[in-house]
Design a protein around this ligand. Structure first.
Ligand code: NAP
Length: 242
């Protein structure tokens, strides 16, 4: 069976991606940072869908944690065919109040983690015969910027540059793409006030927020899209048209 590593798959987008990959016939390494019970439940559903799962608690911003995640997956499944670098955090702070440590932490978790996990997985991806791929989860804010979270927007912009760089670096063996989600309803966006939600909704032409399954659909497409590499797929209900 082909196998995938999905970082940050205890909740939100990563959970939906892990479950979609299981439905599509992939064994899945479920990674979390602190939500061990939620991660175990995701693994149970993967198994209910007929696939193998391993659960790995690891801070993927730490190169050792990233290596342990990949090695555990490779040991369990006999290899790694696809990586989805999804783990991420955000923080709403204007630059005036933003500390260098906070800036570094966002870059570590959102960018360095993708480098760490991709690098650790390279030997396995190179050995894969399943048209191996890496998909990095960026954000619409990579394109628009975000005054109240400049470090988050910068980290997501860096992920798109990393994606293009790795797509060229690893061709023709490994395809590398990014997804830039708009507003998706997860814990990360649950703190919006009704007024903020109404304002955001007014800028989304399809008239509703996205669901984690919308991003899982995009991840499945990029996993299977043999002629697509170095691309960023915008999944945002048309928000960038506005
Ligand atoms: P979420 O619900 O907050 O889930 C974040 C996931 O990342 C959790 O599984 C969390 O694990 C994991 N994680 C955080 N730090 C980690 C670390 N250092 N090592 C390993 N795992 C870590 O967020 P989400 O909304 O699903 O977002 C997923 C990705 O999509 C992020 O990269 C985010 O920036 C991006 N994104 C989200 C939206 C949106 O509207 N939701 C829009 C654009 C982009 P624990 O459960 O253990 O904490």
């Amino acid at each position: 069976m082909p196998a995938a590593v999905v970082t940050g798959s205890s909740r939100g987008l990563g959970r939906a991606i892990a479950l979609r990959f299981a439905s599509d016939g992939y064994d899945v390494a479920v990674n979390y940072h602190s939500s061990d019970e939620a991660a175990a439940q995701v693994a149970d559903v993967v198994r209910e869908r007929g696939q193998e799962a391993v659960v790995v608690g690891a801070d993927v911003s730490d190169p050792d944690g990233a290596s342990r995640l990949v090695e555990t997956a490779a040991d369990a499944f006999g290899g790694v065919d696809h990586v989805v670098n999804n783990a991420g955090i955000d923080q709403h702070v204007y630059t005036e109040s933003l500390s260098p440590g906070d800036f570094d932490r966002i870059m570590d978790v959102n960018v360095n983690s993708a480098f760490n996990v991709t690098k650790a997985a390279l030997p396995y991806l190179e050995a894969s015969d399943d048209d191996p791929s890496v998909t990095n989860v960026s954000s619409i804010l990579a394109h628009t910027g975000a005054p109240v979270e400049c470090h988050y927007a910068a980290s997501k912009g860096a992920l798109i540059s990393l994606t293009r760089s790795h797509a060229g670096d690893f061709a023709p063996e490994i395809r590398v793409n990014a997804i830039a989600p708009g507003h998706i309803e997860t814990d990360m966006t649950a703190d919006r006030t009704p007024e903020e939600k109404a304002e955001e909704l007014a800028g989304i032409p399809v008239g509703h927020f996205g669901q984690p399954e919308d991003i899982a659909e995009a991840a499945a497409y990029l996993r299977d899209a043999t002629f697509v590499t170095g691309e960023t797929l915008n999944v945002n209900g048309g928000e960038r048209m506005g």
